[in-house]
Design a protein. Structure first.
Lengths: 431, 483
């Protein structure tokens, strides 16, 4: 696919967003108004601007990444606009910011090259841990950055800019830095971690000293669960670490031990924490607690079922009945108004983006870049799987943002940075 | 080291495959289970979410309206502010129990064109008007209310027509019900409760039910006889209390069981005013089924009338009656094989009042767009000439005398010349169905009316058209001429 075809698709996604906004307006008794034009402009500036940055800073980058991202962003935006027009206005600003940040990242990476990141892996680790811990700052103290608790999870910081407060989830960027660290660390230590494995019968077990990093990751993940009460981030971090360890070493033993540790952690946290028990109960039998824990999942199921094959049409369903419809449950809202056709399109777009990401990893000649690309693709894939799977009861529900679709600036910025990373790696491998 | 990465990719796609399977379950295979779950609030809310146009009366009163629901900017609730008196006309639109009345028949005008997706957006871009339209009825809101009130507590129907245009001014079926109970999530239960009621409020007695017209058929026999020349108003007929029917042992008796005039002979005019059965049985046998059938057909019998909803077709089986004088004689006094709805009987009155020309009844006057521009209107259309103007004039005079000096005296309105005819259709094993048809003012009629009260109304077994139906007609005519 050429850049020109890509720009046509990006323009198409911008038209789709504006068209969806128009349909929502019509369904409310409004007419074609400035919202549609504004939406088209913001999408065109963000995505075609980002493409211009790619032409300039990473001209050989893959052409298959940006268009599926633009598609899901557009569909998600229509639903945000449909449910909460005020938030859609903010989301437009966030889209511009995220595209600008990604442009800056492309510029910086063009200046330094992805390989430079490997040298600073310990700095990125410190930065990542720092970002993950930031929400634990006191909620009220004199400094302009303070922590905040939203819906029982300690994931947010509030940055007081003097004229306004900016809410941010630092983990969305922190997890990318963690991937950078892991890719650098595993690329450097690959030999030591691959070495002789013991065998317990037919099951391969790594040497005890090789297990140390795994245990550190396990403890860190449980820490996130205990102190920030964020099941999603906890699962995500541990799964990412185990998967990258496996990708770096090819040692099945890590998967075995990782699986055992995950099981232990799950059972332990299920015994220890009420909120985990409620999640699991709502997952297995949501209808037994219709008014309580199961309410959100059931409303999501009702939305998906009512949407059926073709959906109610933008603005004509009732996704506003689903709690957190613009964030965690945006997929159910899309499923209701765009139908099975829409959900399938969304899943296909994510699959294309993740597949392209893994393709970039497979083609990478350098161990660090290979692991980095694989890690970034995994972050995208695991997020999508955890939250859509949670909405549709494939896995217990965890509060993870659906990349590019959920309302929220930090998630959008983080995932655009992720795209910038993948784009840059694909560029470097093609030159 | 590509092997593990590839296997990880496969694992992620396996996960995506699971998501696709789950979406297939929730949105295709199991979709119905979630959609129709009684706890799914959408099922109830969906009933009300779309905007629909106004239905207004001839005098501009709102009969059906969509109002915004406060808690949801894009949702509307349908309301019927004029209440149950208008339900048989306005109808309802319900996801659960279907549509009825004008709401059903004019659904494509009343619906908002904003609810079809892509083509509507394209139309909007090209400036097409997507807003729902307004349907204006010929119903006079005050008259409809007055008529419904006059019938209150009794089962029956009232239809009032403008004789010159065929515009339906009132269309009442009693008892009625509030259609808003069909809009909520309990519509099915509400409908079942109405179906279980012994007074059957869901039946449209005005246009969709047939009754024996009783003596109301006599004007049609008179019209046929006058037009055919077999009799005139002063023609003298034998005046027995009881008439033996040819070829059978059955007889026809006068309702009051006394002779009509002096017991020897009686004029057609006197027999008509006093509603004597024996005279009309003989008159029908003299003029023949074919001529009566022609007059009846002109007045609406046997015709399927183009109306927003399916009307019951009144019947007079002329062909079968041609060779059966006994059956013809019984039919001539509105029993046995003759059946008509109150709407058709109102057409009979209207035809006589309009000089013999019957206008096709219509209940919708115009359709307007959202800016108030008329998109189309329904012009008056003649249905048939039922009798000569001269016959109609004589018949109208006779009907006026029915009110001034005959069985219909209780329909008289001070200061207004009213013409009318009473009917009492006795039913084996029950109180009679009683009738009145009429028109006013007699010199230049602006309203023709038919009143039917089932089971004798409050009066029960002792009811007659003159005692029960005529006063109701008077109330309606009063409301019309003074309002």
């Amino acid at each position: 696919m050429t850049r020109f075809t890509e720009s046509l698709l990006l323009g198409g996604a911008s038209i789709l967003a504006a068209f969806g906004v128009t349909l929502v307006n019509l369904s409310r008794g409004g007419t074609v108004d400035a919202q549609a034009g504004l939406t088209f402009l913001v999408f065109a500036i963000s995505f075609l601007g980002l493409q211009t940055a790619i032409r300039r800073f990473a001209p050989h980058a893959s052409t298959l990444l940006l268009s599926p991202v633009a598609l899901v962003t557009a569909i998600g935006f229509v639903e945000i606009y449909r449910i909460n027009p005020d938030r859609a206005g903010l989301q437009r600003w966030w889209l511009l910011i995220a595209a600008s940040v990604a442009t800056l990242a492309l510029w910086a990476l063009n200046h330094a090259g992805v390989g430079r990141l490997r040298r600073y892996r310990n700095v990125t680790l410190v930065a990542a841990v720092g970002l993950l811990m930031l929400p634990l700052l006191p909620t009220s103290w004199p400094l302009p950055i303070s922590g905040a608790e939203v819906n029982g999870s300690r994931l947010w910081i509030i940055v007081n800019l003097g004229f306004t407060d900016l809410n941010f989830q630092p983990a969305e960027v922190g997890k990318l830095l963690l991937v950078v660290f892991l890719a650098g660390y595993l690329a450097d230590r690959q030999m030591a971690l691959t070495g002789a494995q013991r065998h317990l019968g037919r099951v391969a077990i790594p040497e005890p000293r090789q297990l140390v990093p795994l245990l550190v990751a396990w403890v860190a993940s449980l820490g996130v669960l205990v102190f920030q009460r964020d099941l999603g981030a906890s699962l995500m971090l541990f799964a990412l670490f185990v998967a990258m360890l496996y990708a770096a070493t090819g040692a099945v033993g890590y998967l075995t031990v990782g699986g055992v540790l995950a099981a232990l952690g799950s059972v332990g946290s299920w015994i220890a924490f009420d909120h985990v028990q409620r999640r699991v109960a709502a997952w297995i039998q949501p209808f037994s607690d219709f008014e309580g824990a199961g309410y959100q999942i059931i409303q999501g199921s009702f939305a998906l079922g009512t949407g059926s094959l073709a959906g109610a049409g933008p603005g004509l369903g009732r996704p506003d009945l689903i709690p957190a419809a613009v964030t965690d449950f945006i997929f159910a809202a899309v499923g209701e108004e765009f139908g099975f056709a829409g959900s399938t399109a969304v899943l296909a777009a994510y699959a294309l983006a993740v597949a392209t990401g893994f393709g970039i990893a497979l083609q990478a000649r350098d161990r660090f870049r290979k692991l980095l690309a694989a890690g970034l693709s995994l972050v995208l894939g695991i997020q999508v799987f955890l939250i859509i799977g949670g909405v549709m009861r494939v896995v217990p529900l965890t509060g993870v943002a659906l990349p590019f679709m959920s309302y929220g600036g930090s998630s959008l910025v983080g995932n655009m940075l992720l795209m910038a990373g993948l784009l840059r790696i694909s560029h470097e491998e093609a030159t | 080291m590509n092997g593990p990465t590839r296997r990880l990719a496969v694992a992620v796609f396996g996960g995506f495959g699971l998501l696709l399977l789950a979406a297939t379950w929730f949105q295709v295979i199991g979709a119905d289970r979630y959609r129709s779950d009684p706890r799914n609030a959408r099922t109830a809310i969906n009933l009300t979410t779309k905007e629909r146009g106004l239905i207004v009366s001839a005098d501009g009163e709102i009969l059906a309206q969509s109002v915004r629901v406060p808690e949801n900017a894009s949702a509307y609730a349908r309301t019927y502010p004029a209440g149950e008196a208008f339900t048989p006309v306005v109808g309802y639109t319900s996801r659960l129990v279907g549509d009825a009345g004008i709401e059903a028949a004019y659904g494509s005008d009343l619906r908002s064109r904003r609810d079809v997706t892509i083509s509507d957006a394209i139309s909007a871009i090209f400036g097409r008007d997507l807003r729902p339209r307004t349907v204006q009825l010929t119903i006079d809101a005050d008259l409809q209310r007055a008529a419904f009130a006059a019938m209150e507590g009794q089962k029956g129907a009232i239809v009032a027509i403008n004789p010159g245009t065929g515009a339906v001014l009132a269309y009442v079926s009693s008892p009625s019900y509030d259609a808003t109970q069909f809009l909520g999530s309990t519509a099915v239960e509400a409908r079942q409760q109405l179906l279980d009621r012994p007074d059957e409020p869901l039946r449209d007695r005005a246009g969709q039910e047939l009754y024996a017209p009783g003596s109301l058929f006599k004007p049609i026999v008179v019209a046929a006889a006058f037009d055919a020349g077999t009799a005139g108003p002063e023609t003298e007929y034998p005046d027995p209390v009881e008439l033996a029917l040819p070829g059978t042992s059955a007889t026809i008796r006068n309702f009051s069981r006394v002779a009509c005039g002096n017991g020897k002979t009686v004029s057609v005019a006197t027999a008509f005013i006093k509603s004597c059965n024996t005279t009309f049985a003989q008159m029908a046998i003299d003029v023949g089924a074919e001529e009566i059938g022609r007059s009846a057909s002109g007045l609406g019998f046997g015709r399927s009338i183009d109306f927003p909803w399916q009307l019951a077709t009144a019947s007079f089986p002329a062909r079968q009656l041609a060779d059966d004088p006994a059956a013809l004689a019984q039919s001539a006094i509105g029993e046995r094989d003759v059946k008509a709805s109150p709407l058709v009987m109102a057409m009979v009155a209207a035809g006589i009042a309009n000089g013999g020309e019957v206008m096709e009844p219509h209940i919708v006057a115009s359709v307007f767009d959202a800016d108030g521009n008329q998109i189309r209107s329904i012009p008056p259309r003649a249905l048939a000439r039922a009798m000569s103007p001269a016959t109609a004039a004589v018949l109208a005079q006779l009907m006026e005398r029915v009110v001034t000096e005959g069985t219909g005296s209780r329909a008289s309105v001070a200061g207004v010349r009213v013409g009318g005819k009473t009917g009492t259709a006795s039913r084996p094993g029950g109180a009679p169905n009683v009738w009145f048809i009429g028109f006013a003012p007699a010199d230049d009629p602006t309203i023709a009316i038919a009143v039917l009260v089932e089971d004798g109304g409050f009066a029960g077994d002792t009811a007659t058209g003159g005692s029960v139906a005529a006063p109701i007609a008077r109330a309606v005519i009063e409301a019309w001429t003074t309002g």
